[in-house]
Design a protein around this ligand. Structure first.
Ligand SMILES: Cc1cc2nc3c(=O)[nH]c(=O)nc-3n(C[C@H](O)[C@H](O)[C@H](O)COP(=O)(O)OP(=O)(O)OC[C@H]3O[C@@H](n4cnc5c(N)ncnc54)[C@H](O)[C@@H]3O)c2cc1C
Length: 399
C-alpha cells in the first residue's frame, strides 16, 4: 500500500473547503446533529444546496447521476462536512437504498425515485428489524400476500430510525412462507402515507426520538413497487448490508470527537491548571490520537480493497466496524469526563433551540451526554459486535 500524500486529494480537499465556506449557511453550521441525521428541515435545505452544486449524491457513480468520486474523495468530503458542522444527508437514501436502486431497480423505478432523493423531497427509512428478528434477519415474519397487482402487507418492524420523519420505507417482507427462509423474502418500497401504517415512537437512552415501532395492518402495496424478482430480497439485502459495514467506523465523527477534546483540554481547568497540563489527561489524549490514526490507516486500507471480494477484505470491514464503534463509545465518554460537572447536565433533545441565557460552559456541554448515550447503540446497529466477531472468525480462520 502507498501511504504517500496524494496531491490530487489535497486539491480536492481545498475545493470542498472553499465550497463549504461559501455555501454552508451560517444558521445551519454547527447545529447539533444528535444522532444519525439532522432534523428534516435542515437536511432538506442542505441537500438542495449540494444538489445545485452537482454534489447531491456523493456516494453514487456518475452514470447514476452521482459525483463518481473515489472512496478517498468521499472520505475527504464527509470529513470536511463534519468539521464544518454541515447538516447530514439522508444516509438511508444515499448509502443504503440508493446503491440498491442503482443496481437492482428498473429504469421506471430509478426515474421515479432518484430525482426525489437528489432534491431532498423524499426521505427514506429502513424496515428490516422485527421483534425477534435482528441479527437473525432472515427469520423475519412480516408477510406480503398477492392480491392481483398488489401485495397486502401485515406485520411489525422495530427500531425503524426516523420512520416518523420519512416519506417512504424500504421493507423486507416474507412473500413465500414455504420456501427456505432466505428464499421467501422480497424487497418492497412503501409510501409511508399508505393507509394501515402506524408509527409509534421509542424514546431511547439518549433522551431523543429517532427510533420507532412501525405496524402494517392490511397495507396495499403495488407489485410494481417490488425491487428485483419475488424471492430475491435476501440477495439484495446482502448487497445492502455490505455497503453498511464499510462506512460504520465513522472516521469523521471520531475526528470531530478528538477535536472537541483537544479544545476542552486547552480551555477547561482542573486541579488549578488546564486539563492538558495534567500528565494523566495528556497521556490519555495522546493514546486516543494514536488510536484514531490507526483507524484512519485501516479505513485507507479498506478503501483500497473496495474491489476485493476475498474473505480477508470482508473481515476487514467487520474489524473496522468493531474497532471504530468501540472507539466512538470511549471518545464520547472522555468528552463527558473532560467536561467535569457540566458533562453530567441533562439536556432536552439536542435539536431544541439553545436556552436564552446560557450559563458558562453550557454550550460546550450541550448534547454531549446525549451523544455519549447514543453511541452505546453503535455496537448494536449495523450488525452487533458479537456478530461481527463471528464473521471475522469465519472469514479469517475458516471456522
Ligand atoms: C439506534 C439503533 C438504530 C437502528 N435503526 C434501525 C433501522 O433504521 N432499521 C432497522 O431495520 N433496524 C434498525 N436497528 C436494529 C438493529 O439492526 C438491530 O438492533 C441489530 O441487528 C441487533 O438485533 P436485535 O436488536 O434483534 O438483537 P438480537 O439479534 O436479538 O441480539 C441480542 C444479543 O445476542 C447477540 N447475538 C445474536 N446473534 C448472535 C450470534 N450469531 N453470535 C453471537 N452473538 C449473537 C447479539 O450480539 C446481542 O448481544 C437499529 C438499532 C439501534 C440500536
Amino acid at each position: 500500500m502507498d501511504f504517500q500524500p496524494d496531491p490530487g486529494l489535497d486539491a480536492f480537499r481545498k475545493e470542498v473547503r472553499a465550497f463549504l465556506r461559501e455555501s454552508l449557511p451560517a444558521d445551519l453550521a454547527g447545529k447539533p446533529v444528535g444522532s444519525v441525521r439532522s432534523v428534516r428541515a435542515d437536511l432538506v435545505r442542505w441537500q438542495r444546496i449540494l444538489n445545485e452544486r452537482g454534489w447531491g449524491a456523493p456516494y453514487w457513480p456518475k452514470q447514476h447521476e452521482g459525483t463518481g468520486w473515489s472512496v478517498m474523495q468521499r472520505l475527504v468530503f464527509d470529513e470536511e462536512c463534519v468539521a464544518a458542522g454541515a447538516p447530514t444527508q439522508d444516509g438511508f437514501a444515499h448509502k443504503l437504498f440508493g446503491p440498491v436502486l442503482n443496481e437492482f431497480g428498473s429504469p421506471e423505478q430509478q426515474a421515479l425515485h432518484r430525482p426525489l432523493i437528489l432534491s431532498g423531497e423524499r426521505l427514506w427509512c429502513q424496515g428490516f428489524s422485527e421483534p425477534g428478528s435482528g441479527s437473525d434477519l432472515a427469520s423475519l415474519s412480516t408477510r406480503a400476500e398477492r392480491d392481483g397487482d398488489h401485495y397486502i402487507v401485515n406485520g411489525q418492524k422495530i427500531w425503524t430510525s426516523y420512520a416518523h420523519e420519512s416519506d417512504w420505507i424500504f421493507l423486507l417482507v416474507r412473500t413465500n412462507a414455504d420456501a427456505k427462509k432466505q428464499a421467501g423474502i422480497s424487497f418492497l418500497l412503501v409510501d409511508m402515507a399508505t393507509p394501515g401504517i402506524t408509527v409509534r415512537p421509542i424514546r431511547s437512552i439518549d433522551d431523543c426520538h429517532h427510533l420507532n415501532e412501525t405496524f402494517f395492518d392490511n397495507v396495499r402495496v403495488p407489485v410494481a413497487n417490488r425491487i428485483g424478482e419475488e424471492g430475491e430480497g435476501w440477495k439484495i439485502t446482502k448487497f445492502l448490508l455490505n455497503n453498511e459495514h464499510a462506512t460504520a467506523a465513522d472516521l469523521p465523527i471520531l475526528r470531530r470527537f478528538l477535536a472537541q477534546i483537544r479544545s476542552l483540554a486547552r480551555s477547561e481547568h482542573s486541579g488549578g491548571g488546564l486539563l492538558i497540563e495534567q500528565p494523566e489527561f495528556a497521556q490519555k489524549l495522546a493514546r486516543f490520537e494514536a488510536e484514531v490514526s490507526a483507524i484512519a490507516t485501516m479505513v485507507t486500507r479498506v478503501a483500497a480493497m473496495e474491489e476485493d471480494h476475498s474473505p480477508a477484505a470482508h473481515a476487514m470491514g467487520s474489524i473496522l466496524k468493531v474497532r471504530g464503534t468501540e472507539l466512538q463509545q470511549r471518545l464520547s465518554e472522555f468528552i463527558v469526563e473532560a467536561l467535569g460537572d457540566y458533562g453530567a447536565v441533562a439536556y432536552p433533545e439536542p435539536h431544541d433551540p439553545a436556552l436564552g441565557e446560557p450559563l458558562p460552559h453550557q454550550h460546550a456541554g450541550r448534547g454531549k451526554a446525549n451523544e455519549m448515550f447514543f453511541r452505546r447503540a453503535s455496537t448494536i446497529y449495523g450488525g452487533t459486535s458479537e456478530v461481527q466477531r463471528g464473521i471475522i472468525a469465519k472469514m479469517l480462520f475458516q471456522l
